[in-house]
Ligand binder design. Sequence first.
Ligand SMILES: Nc1ncnc2c1ncn2[C@@H]1O[C@H](COP(=O)(O)OP(=O)(O)OP(=O)(O)O)[C@@H](O)[C@H]1O
Length: 260
Amino acid sequence: MNDSRVAVRGVERVFASGGSSVQALGPIDLDVRDGEFLCIVGPSGCGKSTLLRVIAGLLSPSAGEVSLRSTSREAPLTSVVFQDYSIFPWKTVEANVRFGLDIAKIPATVSRERVSRWLTRLGLADFASAYPSTLSGGMRQRVSIARAFAVEPQILLMDEPFAALDAQLRQIMQAELLELWQEDRRTVIFITHNLDEAILLGDRVMVMSSRPGRVVAEFEVPFERPRSADIRRSSEFAELEGEIWDRLRSAMEPRSQVSA
Ligand SMILES: Nc1ncnc2c1ncn2[C@@H]1O[C@H](COP(=O)(O)OP(=O)(O)OP(=O)(O)O)[C@@H](O)[C@H]1O
């Protein structure tokens, strides 16, 4: 047995739809190191969300297995941030953030302090009693991130969390996430369509083939931590982006052109 935090072995997922079946994913193998920030990119519909949902235990694999190594009795193993915020419109910002802690059965005294700390950390303290409908998209996604971080999970799973945001807000949120993550470096699996985002945030970028998604390439990101968004301006950054883009482009071509 290796010391991976997340180990995915021969995982496949088939969906039955209207009498036929669709192989959405795999077979795929994947290891994530403890404290690693892994970014996953791949063509649309290649099975990225399916993979994340299987890792989160929200979906069972049709074949293969996932093991998540736990190192704490107290901290929940995983927490997920989705693209569409997935916060409750009928709950206040504070109640939305507290919800994750209630689900994780965190005692009330700890929960109060955590909610308050994470609301402050995400710039939401003044909006604690506001309802999501009164917030901008960026603020709503902050609530969703605060809820996931407040749980203080061992493994954070993020499915295109910034995809719905405009370009400027996206850059602001990326910089905030970078800063947050660099404070405690928990294990993260982050799905994105944006290569620039993947390189800025990730320790490693994994490229998936078109459906059914498999791993076609992996790139270690060489920039030291702590990083700032300024690394985007370096020639190494552009070079790496170009290399990943080449692999991604060939992954989008017909199956015969993809080399494993
Ligand atoms: N519940 C489902 N029932 C049937 N097919 C599904 C289901 N969920 C996903 N699929 C199919 O599985 C394939 C992979 O979907 P998935 O959402 O995992 O891809 P993705 O890489 O995350 O896509 P995108 O980048 O567009 O978000 C797609 O063809 C999708 O239509």
